[in-house]
Design a binder for this molecule. Sequence first.
Ligand SMILES: [Zn+2]
Length: 366
Amino acid sequence: MKWSFRLFTLAGTEVRVHFTFLLLLLFVASQSFFSGQGIPAALESTLFVTTMFTCVVLHEFGHVLAARGYGIRTPDITLLPIGGVARLERMPRKPSQELVVAICGPLVNVIIAAVIWLGFGMNAVFHPGYDFLQSGNFFQKLMVWNVFMVVFNLIPAFPMDGGRVLRAVFAMFMEYGTATRRAASIGQGIAMMVAIYMLLNHTFQPMLLLICFFIFMAAGQEAASVTQQEATRNLRVSDAMLTDFHTLPPDATLRDGVELLLAGTQQDFPVLDSHGGMQGMLTRHDLISALAEKGPGQPVVDVMRPCPASTQPASELTQALESLSAGDCPAIPVLDPIDGKLIGLLTTENIGEALMVRAALMKLRS
Ligand SMILES: [Zn+2]
């Protein structure tokens, strides 16, 4: 994640902080300071917010350690003003394992709240308008915060832990993709109901509406990405790659690129060195904007962008698709595993076509 820096590394997981999180601390401190309570209040509320987020980190470590038990590593956790994001290598596909990994986060908050309760015997007075920045008993507020985290995270909607719990439970009785789509629709339904309730009752809360919108989008994304994974499963790069394509030599100019662009339907052109090795990619977008700035005589090597990711014909399509959407190159070169020569291009359009063909053939068979 850009704009974040490392705090510390614990058990092989890097804990990072996004710089907007520091803005949040600054905001909280200045709000307490200017409300007329001076420096002690500013320090107290900053300390409290820091402790709140320590609980968030501990929550994430609950997930991380549970996943570790199944051999899944977590390279990093990033703290954002909206919470923590643990980047697990992958989610376990076994429903019972996903259930455990999802539950171990909120479980940490249950334990923290229980320890405070046992130690201090306080009653949590939780209500939706609770103000954590109001001065009050530090530990009581911390207990309320942990109870809130349990309730919030167990809302059965992606990307909350509750959404994963729901998917895992469904997946015990049905196929993984169907379980995900069903869990996602339930999450979207909840988000929509809350938003409609707010609008009908004129209890408009911008923050809550934003969360509803965020949940709605995230649930749709989760369902779409799993559907895509299902669709590309068992497919190889060679099943979907473009094999009839044009390339540009290193001494080509933008004029040559324009000629190729207009002659066919190909949009992005690999630039090869004199030995046929991949040098970079001239994309349609870069070609057009450079043409307006520098003219048709400009060499393509000055305009092309490097494409560090490459793949091989026998690689899994799901994996290649991931690096295609992660990078900023619209096409991934497919290289021969023996001599490293360019033998194909992988583009989203071509993958789309391969999937349409596959769907048609499956229809024919059934
Ligand atoms: Zn969680």
